[in-house]
Ligand binder design. Structure first.
Ligand SMILES: [Cu+2]
Length: 410
């Protein structure tokens, strides 16, 4: 009982702190962008981070309230979720999933931003459909608020409600699919450089598409009721959270490593890391789908012999995933200590951060830059030479004529 009370207190407190964090981040993005950085000149990554934090703003109060109510039930004799006192246990599921489905988008939206930043750089092409890609993040935010009951098809939910949430859940694959098509169109016909960052971004995208397909399957009420509480759900979720999210974070670490540390990483070790991760993740998580379809329940410590084959493969994949972190750690530590010095913009990448030294100086910019061109607004045949200092801005009185203008066009 003590443990549960402390845990609930922790959930409530971290809920409050995350709400405060979301207020801070959204306010910063709305109010403190560099001069000239209009909404459609704002990097896709910033859009996705803001979208994720808007979800925190509307979702976390529900989870936090649920935690406080459960705390009251346990410690102060209330009966919110206690059927013997007139409460409803399923109500807790509503509080929980109203936040915890959108929470997946809190994790995955910034990964979408990372994909949108990296593909143009490593394919040397502008992001396809930039305005649609960034707006679709907000559409995902809106739809994510009305899908949570798809976790409760088997909780005695009435049929009309199941149907409604099946439709809303399937609908969310539309803005997500738009992004996937935009990334494919970005990479398509590009001058692709298969750096470690690009490999992880591509691998993450492939695994995300797979996760999206099983996601639409799970949105369907009859399929979900069949595989409810089985490893199929676990497999789907691991393709989202490991396949897309963790691989996306790896992609971001490699991409921004030179900027963060001022050193280049070893490409060979990075590619080894990618190969082991991609093979290990698929070996580990793919078998969960046939296992789930065969009826292996989730949240069990052991399994029946009939499930042995796929479980052995999954375990092999898990060991491989463990091993895959070794070249990564070795690469990061040794590159940071003795890697080749990084230039300001080794990838010829987009974004203001690549205009300053690597690692950036303490104040980032001596003079706050004025953004004059969109990071993705290139014409078809324009080269992707980015972030050049074009000219000083003689009209900027605050900076005494030394204001610096940055353009994304070469
Ligand atoms: Cu969900």
């Amino acid at each position: 009982m003590n443990g549960q009370t402390l845990w609930l207190l922790a959930v409530a407190l971290s809920g409050v702190s995350s709400i405060m964090g979301a207020v801070n981040i959204v306010t910063t993005i709305v109010k403190m962008r560099a001069p000239g950085m209009t909404w459609f000149k704002t990097p896709a990554f910033v859009w996705t981070v803001m979208s994720a934090q808007i979800i925190q703003l509307f979702g976390l109060p529900a989870l936090t309230a649920g935690a406080v109510m459960l705390l009251m039930d346990l410690s102060f004799g209330t009966h919110f979720f206690d059927p013997f006192g007139g409460g409803a246990p399923v109500l807790y599921q509503h509080f929980f999933w109203f936040y915890s489905h959108p929470a997946v988008y809190v994790i995955i939206l910034p990964i979408f931003g990372i994909f949108s930043e990296l593909f143009p750089v490593y394919a040397r092409k502008p992001l396809f459909g930039y305005p649609v890609v960034v707006i679709s993040s907000l559409v995902i935010v809106g739809l994510s608020a009305i899908v949570w009951v798809h976790h409760m098809y088997a909780s005695g939910t009435p049929n009309w409600m199941r149907l409604l949430f099946m439709l809303s859940t399937m609908l969310i694959s539309v803005p997500t699919g738009i992004k996937v098509f935009a990334w494919v169109a970005t990479v398509w016909g590009g001058k692709i450089r298969l750096t470690s960052a690009m490999l992880f971004a591509l691998g993450g995208l492939v695994m995300f598409v797979f996760a999206g397909i099983t996601g639409v399957m799970l949105a369907s009420v009859p399929v979900d009721i069949h595989v409810n509480n089985t490893y199929f759900v676990v497999g789907h979720f691991h393709y989202v959270i490991y396949g897309a999210a963790v691989m996306g974070v790896y992609a971001a670490i490699y991409h921004w490593f030179p900027k963060m540390t001022g050193r280049m990483y070893y490409e060979g070790l990075g590619k080894l890391h990618f190969a082991l991760t991609f093979i290990g993740a698929n070996l580990n998580f793919f078998p969960m789908h046939p296992l789930g379809l065969q009826g292996m329940p989730r949240r069990v410590a052991s399994y029946d012999p009939e499930f042995a084959f796929w479980n052995v493969i999954a375990s092999l994949g898990a060991f491989l995933l463990g091993v895959s972190t070794l070249p990564f750690i070795l690469n990061m530590v040794s590159s940071w200590i003795q890697g080749e010095r990084a230039s300001d913009n080794p990838w010829r990448a987009i974004g203001l951060e690549w205009l300053v030294a690597s690692p950036p100086p303490v104040e980032n910019f001596e003079v706050i830059p004025t953004v004059v061109a969109a990071p993705y607004g290139y014409g078809k045949n324009e080269p992707l030479v980015l972030g050049q200092t074009l000219a000083t801005d003689p009209l900027s009185s605050e900076s005494n004529g030394s204001g610096t203008e940055f353009a994304a066009r070469g």
